[in-house]
Ligand binder design. Sequence first.
Ligand SMILES: CC(C)(COP(=O)(O)OP(=O)(O)OC[C@H]1O[C@@H](n2cnc3c(N)ncnc32)[C@H](O)[C@@H]1OP(=O)(O)O)[C@@H](O)C(=O)NCCC(=O)NCCS
Length: 266
Amino acid sequence: MQRSESHLLAKPDLTPLNSQATLRATPMDVFPTDPAKLAPLLIDERTGEPYLQLPSPHERIRITPPREADVDSIVQHMNDPRIFEYLASPPHPYSRDDGIKWSQRIRTASQAVFREIETGAQFVSGCPVRSIREIQEDGSDVYIGDILIDRENDDVAWISSSDANNSAKSAGDPSILYSIGDYLSPTHHRQGIMSAVLNTVLASWAIPRMNCRRIVATAFIGNVASVGVFKKAGFKHTRDQKDAARLPEGRGGHLRDLHIMEWTHE
Ligand SMILES: CC(C)(COP(=O)(O)OP(=O)(O)OC[C@H]1O[C@@H](n2cnc3c(N)ncnc32)[C@H](O)[C@@H]1OP(=O)(O)O)[C@@H](O)C(=O)NCCC(=O)NCCS
């Protein structure tokens, strides 16, 4: 894989986009500038950030690359029981240091995909945008959640390890098995937002730019909201699995049962 960063746009001076945080420029935040290579991602003329925009009635919601300035919002969300009780892998309680490490990890992964995009490849190994934001009246935006379609999943490592070669397959290989992680700020629950986010990421990026054909999604037994999102996107509930995900020590460290949902695209 070519790793050239030529023609990538440095992002030196983003104005604060989150009222609670000021974005600091870092060498990590560089994006391709060629619209043809990025398509169907659009480019924010003000910041240079590529993004996906949801269709009506959610056109004020965008999915963008992760930003360093998101750390405080992430920490807040990961300590909110309306979110963490439905997730297995985040440590608990979730410290600012946890948030910083996580932010660095996901920004590094996003930048790696942007470097693949910069080569002009049709198929790349992931989705470089994942941070869900709501545009405000004044043009600023607020971080409201996250979605990731990835072949590795911390919550349920057994899914990808069922095929030992899953992580070694080339981008675009139709046999790759993907999984999904997502959460949304409770202030925005039950408005159809995550359903629209998932449909947009699948139709606009995962299918055309990752050649994604197979996804296994999971949710704790009883997580009706998550099951509802997956069903609306065409996933089938195929089985339940006992003792399939382990909670962090800070939440007892015990095992939880999961609904397993599967999606295929011909
Ligand atoms: C799961 C989550 C992302 C859903 O996001 P959302 O934007 O509120 O979901 P949607 O509004 O798109 O709902 C989709 C469907 O799920 C169902 N649903 C959503 N919330 C529900 C609830 N609280 N009770 C019952 N059904 C619900 C509905 O059938 C809905 O379809 P409808 O709008 O046609 O009625 C959100 O609840 C969340 O962040 N939960 C905490 C973290 C989490 O569970 N992440 C997923 C881990 S697997």
